[in-house]
Design a protein around this ligand. Structure first.
Ligand SMILES: Nc1ncnc2c1ncn2[C@@H]1O[C@H](COP(=O)(O)OP(=O)(O)OP(=O)(O)O)[C@@H](O)[C@H]1O
Length: 269
């Protein structure tokens, strides 16, 4: 797959660190899911986290979005050390995500699912929503406008009234992306955004990821098994294997490293 970046061949200089992990370790009983991991995610980049099955990729994403608390290490968000974290708090600071297995409300329409992504942005409580006057109405109109923009952007207008359970898999993944974008995250975590897709669906999704990054300026961290896609899409790649970080750098650098080649060829440790 060859992808042209809409903004030109090479990216702007990425030097502002958004998220920094230092010496992060996560254990489940006797299993070291992550061991002493340090890397950063810079504002505006597309950062991939790759590695063989069981390498610790999902655990890494779950640490970043506050679902798991690492036993060791520090995490800095925009220069400030994060202490106790949970997914709600992480989301309210600007970290959004999609899931490996689609987590949409299947009986609800595309529009309502995307609208549900605005929940964190809604300031007026239930009382105002019920009486439907003044500020609450203005706020609702503004949310609808933003949601319609995202629906337009991801080219899903034709399915806005369709219950998502009735949609083909590739479109459901796109609705999930739309819902995550509706909260206007600064850092968007995508857990296998192309899993189970055919080539055409993958190309569409790759294009949308690039456009979200370019046009909304959203920083993206993604887990993806399709190495071709990862090499084309990413600015920098972190490679994990058995919970350890074995490489970090540009696609050109990472693809030449012996430890990465060995991990993917299954060389014994
Ligand atoms: N909740 C948990 N309880 C116990 N062990 C876990 C838990 N989550 C992950 N692990 C273990 O941590 C290690 C890393 O798992 P993780 O799911 O992060 O890897 P992964 O790279 O995402 O794998 P895959 O590509 O198969 O999704 C594995 O040994 C896994 O069994």
């Amino acid at each position: 797959m060859t992808l042209e970046r809409p903004g030109g061949k090479r990216r702007r200089h990425l030097d502002e660190v958004l998220l920094a992990l230092e010496g992060v370790s996560l254990r489940f009983g006797g299993v070291n899911a992550l061991s002493d991991i340090s890397f950063d995610i810079r504002k505006g980049e597309i950062r991939a986290i790759i590695g063989p099955n069981g390498a610790g990729k999902s655990s890494m994403l779950n640490v970043i979005n506050g679902f798991y608390q690492p036993q060791e290490g520090t995490i800095r968000w925009k220069g400030r050390e994060r202490r106790r974290m949970n997914p709600y708090l992480a989301a309210s600071t600007g970290i959004g995500r999609t899931f490996q297995n689609i987590a949409l409300f299947k009986g609800m329409s595309t529009l309502d699912n995307v609208m549900s992504g605005r929940a964190l942005k809604m300031r007026r409580g239930l009382f105002w929503q019920l009486v439907w006057i003044g500020p609450a109405r203005r706020e609702e109109i503004e949310h609808r406008r933003r949601v319609e923009e995202i629906i337009d952007f991801l080219e899903i207008e034709h399915i806005r009234r369709t219950p998502v359970g009735k949609l083909p898999y590739g479109l459901q993944k796109r609705v999930e992306l739309a819902r995550a974008l509706a909260m206007e995250p600064e850092l968007l975590l995508l857990d296998e955004p192309m899993a189970g897709m055919n080539l055409e669906e993958k190309e569409d999704m790759a294009r949308f990821i690039l456009e979200v990054n370019e046009q909304f300026g959203t920083t993206i961290a993604l887990i993806e098994h399709d190495i071709g896609v990862v090499m084309d899409l990413s600015d920098r790649i972190v490679v994990l294997d058995y919970g350890r970080m074995i490489a970090d750098g540009t696609p050109q650098k990472v693809r030449r490293e012996q430890a990465v080649i060995d991990a993917y060829l299954g060389v014994a440790h």
